[in-house]
Design a protein around this ligand. Sequence first.
Ligand SMILES: [Zn+2]
Length: 413
Amino acid sequence: MNSKRAFKLLKEIGFTRFGGSAEELEAAKILVRECESVGIKAEIEEFSVNSEAIANAELIADGVSYKVEGYGNSGNTPDEGLTAPFYYLENGEDVHKQRANGKIVLVNGYVGLVIYKKIVESGAVGFISFAGNVIDTERNSDLERKELRQPLKDIKILPGVNLRAVDAMRLVKQNPKEVTIKLKQEEFTVNSRNVVAKIPGEIDEAVVFTAHYDSVHFSKGVYDNGAGSVINMEVLKYFAANKPRRNLIFIWCGSEERGLLGSKAYCNAHKEELEKIKLCINVDVAAPVLGKELIMVTADESLKHAVEYMAKEVGYATNVTWDIYSSDSIPFADNGVPGINIARFGVPGTSHIHTRNDTMFFLSEPALKITADFVEQFAIRYVNSFTFPVPRTIPKEIKEKVDKYLGREVNKA
Ligand SMILES: [Zn+2]
């Protein structure tokens, strides 16, 4: 484990790499070059993602104009805009839902499947979301760009806009009778891509390593997740020099931030290969100076205990939970491949994902090395184990969580 080399690579890929962008491709090429520098062939596997060009997005509340970003792929309003009464739906509780029919609603926080379903069920005709912190200003923050993801589009397409938290507060205080949303955009598809490298082993079983290398808009994505990307690159370099017992597949996933699109695309394109995969080792977020180590075991519960024991044996201070993790191990678990997620989380207030403040300033090489060393030790032990110790099953409790995460109705019977 050469943490100096890893940290240098992290700096090199530390530019905004939004899924499907030219910058994401540039980072993919750097990752290919790194694999090939140690004699391992790497390929870029493309997949199609939605994109858009927003020509205009406006929010006018009783004549007052707010700075907004339009939701990508949420369609177009008529030229004169969509005007409706305003309602603050909060988190979409039933009582609120009764009052939202025919209105444009403001909701709290990130618009995921659960809240979006409630918006649609309430009969709202458009929606407004907000992001960030109420102490953000126009100078020290970016207005986050959002998109209506495919699972949400599949329910119903409503026009949406996003604003800063401080403006959401201003809007609720203003309590306008009516608001108008104007949205004009062109929608099309582009290619995003995974970087895939394989190292052959000695027996017909495989272990997959995943780390997403894309970022959100405006973020340099070094903590999330350039750090995980360079950790897995070090693991590849170890096994390039030390032949593994099992076949290894390294995937640097694109468009994770847009809904795990790269790992989903990989699983769909390589169904026949998945049966041979014993475990997915996923690294997502690492390297904050002030932080703590976390492991989420998305596998048989016995692995949680084994990892806890191993961490103590090798002197790695971590917190192990038996859970799913919102990252690229999910599509693998959904296809029956157990997973382990290894991460170093920043202390709240000291590291900043998904903003312009996810920069190298908050990270350090020693902090990166803490996680990287354990990932490597764990990988060596499990990749080279005589019989693979982790059963290739997804326990019922974990499967239910995966289904819920992916927006499926969970059958409790
Ligand atoms: Zn991430």
